[in-house]
Design a protein around this ligand. Sequence first.
Ligand SMILES: O=c1[nH]c(=O)c2[nH]c(=O)[nH]c2[nH]1
Length: 306
Amino acid sequence: MSIVLGPHQYGKAENRIVRIYRDSPRHEIHDVNVSTALRGAFDAAHLTGDQAAVLPTDTQKQTAYSYAKEKGLTSIETYGLELACHFVDDVAPVSGARIEIEEYAWERAVVDGAEHDFTFVRKGQEVRTAAITVEGERDDQRSWVIGGFKDLVLLKTTGSEFHGFLEDDYTVLQPTTDRIMATSLVAQWRFFEPEGGWASIDWEATYSGIKATMTAVFANLHSFALQQTLYEMGKAVLEAYPFLAEIRMSAPNKHHFLYDLSPFGVTNDNEVFNADDRPYGLIQASVLRDDAPDAGPAWTVAGGFA
Ligand SMILES: O=c1[nH]c(=O)c2[nH]c(=O)[nH]c2[nH]1
C-alpha cells in the first residue's frame, strides 16, 4: 500500500471585479465574481513543497483584474475564455484551467421618468418593512406606524468625491474627486396620524414615492460624502411627505477600490475596481422635523432588543 496524490487544482477564488465603461456620458457596469483554478504539473508543490512550477494565486488574481481592462469585460463567457486560454497557452506547467464567474445584474435607476446615465440599482427587489404599535383600550387607543425598506442596493459610477477629511498619524486614505459610491440602504420612516386618520394615507403611493425620491437624490446630488447623501435623501422625503415625522437610515459604504494596474503598464482611468466586502464604513443618520410629534413607543422593542 502506498499513499499517492490525487486530483488537485489551485487558484484565486472570488475576485470581485467591477468593470466600468465610461467612454461616453452613459456609463456601463459589469460586476462579477471570478474564481480561477489551474490544473497541471503541480505535483512537486504538494509532494516536496517545490514551487518552481507554481504560478501564484496572486498572479492569477492580478491577471484577472488586468484582463478586465486589457481584453475587456462585457460577456463573461468571452472574458472567461480569454483568461482560461491565457493560462493554458502561455503558462507552461498549466494543462487545464477552470474559470468560474458569477455576474451580478444592475439596472439603470429611473430618475424623473428617464434612465440615469451613471446610477444603477441592483436587480431584485428591496425588502419592504413595517412596524406597527398599538396601545390602550379600544376607546382610548393610540397607534404608531413605521414604514421602510432594507437591501435597496444603489451604485453610482461618478458624481461622488471624498476629500478634505481630518488626518492624523494613522491616516493613509487618499483623497478622491471621483469615486464609485455604493450602498445597501436601510430606511425606516415614522408616520404620524394625519387629521383624516390612518385611512387617509395612500400607503402604496407613499412607499413608491419615497423610494423614487431617495433614488433620485442619490443619483442627482453631486456628493461629497455618503453622510451628505443620506441627509439630503432624508430631507427630500420629509419635504415631500408632510405626514412623516422622521426617517432613520443605515448605509454601509460598499467600498470600490481602484485596482492598481500600473505594474502591468495598463492605465486604469476609474475603469477597474475591486468591490471590497469587509470591513465597510457604516453611516447611520436620522432626519426629522424639529416640531415632530414625540415618537412614543414607535421605535421601542421590549427588552431593548435591536
Ligand atoms: O462618504 C464617506 N464617508 C466617510 O466617513 C468615509 N470614510 C472613509 O474612509 N470613506 C468615507 N466615505
